[in-house]
Design a binder for this molecule. Structure first.
Ligand SMILES: [Zn+2]
Ligand SMILES: [Zn+2]
Length: 361
């Protein structure tokens, strides 16, 4: 394939080691596959889990990480030729489309799914090979202030909370509580507000909370300055004053921390719905019987089915979900240092890695 000689990426060679630059040999798509020239790839805490928290990748190491990809199709198999040249978002979880789970409408638990950077090489790279199934087409004329690389975060950080919120049935009468207003939670706040819900956001970072209150949160609470009792009281008052009459809080745990999970569970009220969106491999101690006592529901979701991507993307294109205050672009070359920084929670915004086109050619 032309122009592919110098394709490169950053791979994890072994757990608890720094990512290393590697050359990518020529990528040849099978009939239903495409090669995407990466425009941007978001860095997710799941990548940190693989690199530093003992979470095994399904494909053996070494592996190029990264599952939050946008880019342009530069090569396509014979059944995927209609995608050639098109701008796309690659879903973080690509189901097979034909197994029992897929046919039952539970595509996110498909056992034959492909997740870039987990089941095969991912998007911390100049190019990535993925199935064409489920690709989300992106218009060539984007609204001002948006770019294809910025839309990479739609692949996971926007769509995963979008799916959690969709499953919760959140509507204009509800009150949503977003625990963790960072890379994923900042989008959850905006999605919940776009659906008309009253939104409370909880975090330990005041700047994140300030941003949340500019973009949809009617109440922000600093969990460093307030204990659970104070948070509960403030949420109760907020519910009353909001006039929203939905039964039970709709709580979304997006921090992926044990502290956030403990707070989220502690907020359960009668008829509450708790969505676990963030990931941590660490356990928490909970009184699980509270689910029974409150007739409450707790649920997780592994990504978002591809058919929901256009609706999530539309919220971004309509300006109801803004990306730029929540993301920052960095050269792909900085991937090793940036993954370490994300692991230390040292960055406030979602990191998007951008390959250097001059070096890739
Ligand atoms: Zn992710
Ligand atoms: Zn399947």
């Amino acid at each position: 394939m032309t122009g592919m000689q110098a394709a490169y990426g950053f791979q994890l060679g072994a757990p608890n080691t720094r990512l290393e630059r590697c050359d990518i040999p020529e990528l040849t798509p099978k009939p239903d596959e495409v090669v995407v020239e990466v425009a941007g790839c978001g860095v997710c805490h799941t990548d940190v889990g693989f690199a530093y928290d003992g979470v095994p990748t399904r494909h053996p190491l070494p592996l190029i990480l990264g599952h939050e990809i946008s880019g342009r199709v530069v090569a396509a198999g014979e059944k995927a030729e209609s995608w050639l040249g098109r701008a796309v978002i690659v879903p973080a979880v690509i189901p097979c489309g034909s197994c029992g789970a897929c046919r039952a409408g539970r595509a996110t638990i498909c056992r034959q799914q492909f997740m870039p950077g987990n089941d095969g090489d991912g998007g911390f790279a100049s190019h990535v090979l993925v199935p064409c199934r489920g690709l989300c087409a992106v218009s060539e004329s984007l609204p001002k202030g948006l770019s294809l690389e910025m839309l990479s975060v739609v692949a996971d950080a926007v769509t995963t909370p979008f799916e959690a919120i969709r499953r919760s049935g959140l509507g204009p009468e509800d009150v949503a509580v977003i625990v963790g207003a960072g890379g994923v939670g900042g989008f959850a706040v905006q999605i919940a507000a776009a659906l008309g819900a009253a939104v409370a956001a909880i975090d330990i970072d005041q700047e994140r909370l300030n941003l949340a209150s500019q973009h949809g949160a009617g109440l922000v609470l600093n969990a460093d300055a307030n204990d659970l009792k104070a948070i509960k009281a403030a949420v109760r008052t907020f519910v009353k004053e909001s006039g929203h009459k939905g039964i039970g809080l709709k709580i979304f745990e997006t921090s992926g921390t044990t502290a956030g999970q403990t707070t989220a569970f502690g907020l359960l009220d009668h008829g509450a719905y708790l969505a676990v969106v963030g990931f941590t491999p660490r356990p928490v101690e909970l009184r699980l019987a509270n689910l029974m006592a409150f007739d409450a529901t707790a649920r997780g979701n592994w990504g978002c089915p591809p058919e929901q991507y256009p609706a999530a993307l539309q919220l971004v294109l309509d300006g109801k979900v803004v990306i730029s205050p929540y993301a920052e672009l960095h050269p792909l070359e900085e991937a090793p240092a940036l993954l370490e920084a994300v692991a230390k929670h040292a960055l406030r915004r979602r990191v998007i890695l951008q390959p250097d086109r001059n070096k890739a050619k």
